[in-house]
Design a protein around this ligand. Structure first.
Ligand SMILES: N[C@@H](CCC(=O)N[C@@H](CS)C(=O)NCC(=O)O)C(=O)O
Length: 214
């Protein structure tokens, strides 16, 4: 029974799911969804995700949407395969990893998704970047990265001493932003900068980004 991922090359949420699947060395049947022609709003796609967004994961009769729910399922279902993406079964250690997964989705993602949209996707689609929005969200990202800098002086990765979902969830937006002027915010914080280089150089992530057109 093949694992299927419905998604779009370059979509941060699709790439987040792929990162977990590739860390686990899983074979994936990729089913491309064309966002540009609203394939994601077709009745067939809405039956898979009523919010009409990629990615959607399918394995037999299990169907999931929300990239972070997909990565968590993959980490748990394939716990003994590939990279261990869950730091511990101990509730206390596991809770600390969860804290940093929540920080990513509640603090890092809202600021960085706005910035990736303004600085990367809008120019890609021939739209004009709104510099006022960029300035506003760069300001919001700064205190988040300050907290990361402190955290990363205490341990090598956000969730603890090894790479986990808490780091993996950051990959798509970090990968885009280090190709923009926001890179300077990463560079200004030595531990954040080293952490970003480390997680972006993982072979599984290189396999994900190799899907991008050259
Ligand atoms: N929270 C969702 C976000 C999914 C999402 O924003 N997907 C985007 C592509 S990265 C999408 O499908 N956009 C098309 C749309 O919203 O109509 C997740 O993590 O899966």
């Amino acid at each position: 029974m093949a694992i299927k991922l419905h998604g779009t090359v370059g979509s941060p949420a699709t790439f987040r799911a792929f990162a977990a699947l590739y860390e686990k060395d899983l074979d994936v049947d990729f089913i491309p969804v064309k966002l540009g022609v609203n394939e994601n709003k077709s009745p067939q796609f809405l039956a898979r995700n009523p919010f009409g967004q990629v990615p959607v994961f399918e394995h037999g009769d299990l169907q999931l949407f929300e990239s972070r729910a997909i990565t968590k399922y993959v980490a748990e279902a394939y716990a003994d395969k590939g990279t261990s993406l869950l730091l511990s079964r101990d509730p206390r250690k596991s809770a600390i990893q969860t804290v940093w997964m929540e920080v990513e989705s509640q603090k890092f993602d809202p600021a960085t998704s706005k910035l990736t949209w303004e600085l990367f996707f809008k120019p890609l689609f021939g739209m004009t970047t709104d510099e006022a929005v960029v300035a506003e969200f760069e300001k919001k990202l700064e205190p988040v990265l300050d907290v990361y800098e402190k955290r990363l002086t205490e341990c090598k990765y956000l969730g603890g001493d090894s790479f986990s979902l808490a780091d993996l969830h950051h990959l798509p937006n970090t990968n885009i932003l280090i190709g923009t002027k926001v890179k300077s915010q990463f560079d200004a914080r030595p531990h954040v900068s080293a952490w970003a280089s480390d997680i972006l150089s993982r072979p599984a992530w290189a396999k994900v980004t190799s899907m991008l057109p050259k």
